[in-house]
Design a protein around this ligand. Sequence first.
Ligand SMILES: [Zn+2]
Length: 320
Amino acid sequence: MSSLIQLNEEALRCAIGKEFTSGIQKLGKPTVEKWVIRPGMEFASPNIWWGDTSKTRYDSYGGGPHEGLDFALAQKVDTRPFQAGLQGLGVSTLLRGRVLWRFDDLVGDTLIVASDYQSQGYRFLVQYSHIDSQAAPVGSAVELGQNLGTIKRSDNLKSVTASHLHVSTAFLNEDLVATPDSSVTFDHWLQWESSGKLHYLDPLSLVAPEVRAAQFIIGSEAKSPIARLVSTGSSRDDRAAIRRVLARAFPGIQSLNAKNAEAAKELTDSDSILVSNNRELWKIEYTGNLQIPSTLELSGYGFKFLVDTISLIEYANANI
Ligand SMILES: [Zn+2]
């Protein structure tokens, strides 16, 4: 089966590569200059929640390696540090087709768009997840670059995941394309994958190499000089709130929290930042390699100021 799919991949690139590349060039415009793909955001990553290597996708929800590519972090037009918080950003189609299904993915909607491309009993599909998809009703035809909706704000208080668009590209057994919308859920996708009826491909493999190089920051260039953000606060809720803010603002950097400063210090290493909060005062400390004042105290500015300060530290260190 995998060799069949590999053969299909070559033919697929010839058939839709140009259009898909053009769709990628339009995505996020005019806001986004380049997409930043950190470990965990790339296709086939075994880990869930970027930067958290303690949990695999299988442990979390029974899934295999990452089924697609996450658009969670960007270098925006006119700004230099990488930025997350992409909720509300418009999501445009990467390939023309027909909206086949819509289902709930716990963050937002997943839309499955069936392309016209078919090969050896399989249909090529594009999946867009974690979006607010009101702009594209099920059954409607969509053109290349057409608006599908926006990236949904991640409101789940238990989740530390930044708002992002997940894109999968896949071949699905043609017989299943006729399945009515109302009966398809996320669980079907897990089942179809494990039973060999659904085959995922790396979306980036369908993008022309020169556009991939121009529009994506991948690998060591995408990595932050900060390895870990460790937070501690006066109450459990405080700690959870800090961790959530840091994890959402800095996807791909491991974020942890600890009961007290002592325990937090044990979690840090030479590339970590320790953030503590006693309700009135933020304190940022580090433990070695990062170029920042030895202690940095910020008073009364809230989370936004904390995030901006860490962004500046991150950017300054990335450019040393
Ligand atoms: Zn994803």
